[in-house]
Design a protein around this ligand. Structure first.
Ligand code: ASP
Length: 316
């Protein structure tokens, strides 16, 4: 009898272990490596994917040397750093801020919008006032370096000049994580397109465009020219393609093809999608070569990959 009980207990332990998920976190660009490390601290201790993605992207937001996210981000054409961010959890709950100024961690304000209000999205002055009410401090986000970039741009009157496609003038951190309970969450945060028109909002804070998570299927994030991503509800499209059975890479590729079909200027822009499915499989696809992403899983550690790209594979 005792032996039976012990056997049943062992079987239960083994089957629970077999069902436990391997955590995985993926994020955009090379700076995703550092963000993944912070997210992994949360995931490896059994933490929630939502906490992992918030913790991860906060690293990038706080880096003054990153010219496309948070403090130190390239300002708009009037010299203001304006930030966009969104977050989404395993229940489909989500929060977002756009055109937010003077706040170091827009992702955490987005989380407060999700958790403390009955709304999804706050913008501009209203979002900033809400942040102060929630205890966030006013922070000057325009670093000397970013101001110098802006002054140079203004002096050269570069408004019409083409910017380098993969350069730091537009790169977002988007992150998707899967935790040990098999739950997915995502976060996305950016200072948006450099020297944009004052008031411009890109894809990054728009749920379904810059980021989307469906806990039954997977999650996706976008980076690059936000206007093109919004036109096809990019991240939502990637998740729906995964729902139809496509692998993360193939879903990202099909979304890039859709985007190409709707944007005649596609050869002049960069857009990359990155996706993680419920099984922990991940992949990316972009228009121009040069988009990198970071993935951290327990078997391989933290690795940097080149996303497959349309223009690297096919003749122009
Ligand atoms: N998608 C962002 C935007 O358009 C910027 C980027 O990822 O490069 O604001």
């Amino acid at each position: 009898m005792k032996a039976h009980v012990t056997l049943i207990a062992c079987l239960l332990i083994v089957s629970t272990w077999a069902q436990a998920n391997q955590p995985v976190v993926v994020s955009t660009w090379k700076f995703g490596m550092q963000a993944n490390e912070a997210a992994w601290e949360v995931l490896s201790k059994g933490g929630r994917a939502l906490d992992a993605v918030e913790t991860g992207v906060r690293v990038t937001e706080a880096d003054p040397n990153n010219a496309s996210v948070g403090i130190g981000g390239t300002p708009d054409e009037q010299g203001n750093v304006t930030l966009d961010a969104c977050i989404m959890d395993e229940t489909g709950d989500c929060g977002s801020v756009a055109f937010l100024q003077n706040i170091l961690h827009p992702i955490s304000v987005a989380r407060k919008v999700m958790e403390e209000t009955r709304h999804v999205m706050l913008v501009g002055k209203g979002a900033e006032e809400f942040a102060y009410e929630q205890g966030f401090e006013k922070t000057d986000l325009l670093t000397a370096k970013a101001e110098a970039r802006w002054k140079k741009w203004r002096a050269e009157n570069e408004e019409g000049k083409k910017q380098e496609i993969n350069a730091e003038n537009h790169d977002t951190i988007g992150m998707i994580a899967l935790d040990k309970d098999g739950n997915l969450s995502g976060a996305c945060t950016t200072s948006g397109a450099g020297f944009k028109i004052h008031g411009r909002v890109g894809d990054s804070p728009i749920i379904g465009a810059g980021m989307f998570v469906d806990n039954e299927v997977g999650g996706a994030v976008a980076t690059g020219w936000g206007e093109a991503v919004i036109r096809i509800s990019g991240s939502h499209l990637v998740v729906e393609l995964m729902r139809q059975g496509h692998s993360p890479t193939e879903a990202c590729r099909l979304a890039v093809e859709r985007l190409i079909s709707k944007n005649p200027d596609w050869k002049d822009i960069q857009v990359g999608f990155l996706a993680l499915n419920k099984k922990g499989e991940y992949g990316a696809y972009c228009i121009q070569p040069g988009f990198q992403y970071a993935a951290y899983d327990p078997d391989n550690g933290n690795q940097l990959f080149d996303g497959d790209s349309r223009l690297a594979k096919k003749a122009n």
